[in-house]
Design a protein around this ligand. Structure first.
Ligand code: PMP
Length: 372
């Protein structure tokens, strides 16, 4: 098996699995229980929260645990919009958001909120002049992901923050699911941050919403006592603990791992361009983990399915989009239907080896020749 779909999800780190297993055996109590085992489980959750704050330099945030980034985005967007609706109903977002952001915003639009979607320039970055012009007195929220999952576009966070700083009545949410664990990020100036453990070799079913303490939310999941008044339910202590371990490991030897991925990306691009004539790199400036190519004349799902039969796993579009061969995201950046129909995403990890890329390139070459 050759797995090259690390942006869809990552295999859990064995140390994370061990930590999860041991924690479950030792601290299985309900952390709301007032006996000693409950208290020690609660203490472990508290320590994990502090660890997350330390690693991300996020002391001024509450760490709210959710079931994943989808829920974090729901809580950030719906939770904030409903709590702030009497001040204004205007929201600004980018056209490169994950479906868990766009579907929340579509829902909010149906509830009477007004959502403006920014234009992008030819480099895939949002139009910053338009952004500032769109901010109004009744703008309550801006939601812009740092990294787009399909093309790996990185927005200019520093400039976005500068603009938002000039408009202190505006709250800034960023979906950092494709960024946390992959990049080092300065979170200052961002009010609400979503991410998910399974994108950085942690487990599925656990995510975080970081909430700047001045921001209030309307809970989306109401219920029993939890670590936060904003999200009910018995805390998933073992998953929370495992998320802390995964985050710590993700930033361990970070520079070495990052450099390796950068070199692998260069190798991947060079090998594909050397071996396949009709190939298009859809976004040159992407983060090294996310690489999007088109093979004009061959539909993306044919490439994906043929590779899958050979146990090579990549994705056509991002895992959460629709399953037919047309990428709206690729169309936006390339303005070409042909490229949008034939795009695939190859996502790399520090676990990737050069010989896996060699096999991938060889197999893509066969598929392209067979289907032309
Ligand atoms: N946002 C982005 C940018 C993503 O890539 C994903 C996962 N594909 C999500 C949100 C949703 O994350 P989760 O699977 O944890 O709900």
């Amino acid at each position: 098996m050759i797995y090259l779909d690390y942006s869809a999800t990552t295999p859990p780190n064995i140390e994370v699995l061990d930590a999860y297993h041991k924690f479950n055996q030792e601290f299985f109590a309900n952390s709301n229980s007032s006996h000693e085992l409950g208290l020690s489980t609660r203490q472990k959750i508290k320590e994990t929260g502090e660890l997350i704050q330390d690693i991300l330099d996020a002391k001024s945030y509450e760490v709210i645990y959710t079931s994943g980034a989808t829920e974090s985005n729901n809580l950030a967007l719906k939770g904030f919009a409903f709590s702030k609706q009497y001040f204004g109903k205007h929201i600004i977002t980018s056209p490169y958001e994950h479906s868990s952001v766009t579907s929340c915003l579509n829902y909010l639009a149906k509830q009477g909120f007004e959502v403006d979607v920014l234009s992008i320039d030819e480099t895939g970055k949002i139009d910053l002049d338009e952004f500032e012009e769109l901010i109004r007195k009744d703008t309550i929220l801006v939601s812009i992901a740092l990294i787009n999952a399909e093309l790996g576009i990185r927005q200019d966070l520093v400039k976005i923050k500068e603009i938002i700083k000039r408009h202190p009545h505006v709250t800034f949410h960023s979906d950092m699911t494709q960024a946390i664990g992959k990049l080092r990020i300065d979170l200052s100036g961002i009010d609400l941050i979503s991410f998910s453990a399974h994108k950085f070799y942690g487990l599925k079913g656990i995510g975080v919403l970081l909430r700047k303490r001045k921001i209030t939310l309307e809970p989306v999941v109401h219920g029993g006592k939890s670590t936060s008044i904003y999200r009910g339910g018995t805390p998933a202590a073992p998953l929370i603990y495992a998320l802390g371990v995964a985050l710590e490991l993700a930033y361990k030897d970070f520079d070495i791992k990052h450099k390796k991925i950068q070199l692998l990306r260069e190798y991947l691009i060079a090998e594909l361009q050397k071996n396949i004539k009709n190939i298009h790199l859809n976004y040159e400036q992407s983060i090294p983990q996310i690489n999007n190519f088109s093979f004009p004349g061959v539909e993306s799902n044919i490439i994906q399915e043929s590779l899958s039969k050979k146990h090579i796993y990549i994705s056509s579009q991002s895992a959460c989009s629709s399953d037919f061969s047309f990428s709206v995201t690729v169309k936006k950046i390339t303005n070409s239907n042909e490229l949008a129909k034939s795009s695939i995403r190859i996502s790399l990890s520090h676990l990737t080896e050069k010989n896996e890329i060699d096999v991938l390139v060889k197999e893509i070459k066969v598929i392209i020749n067979e289907n032309h």
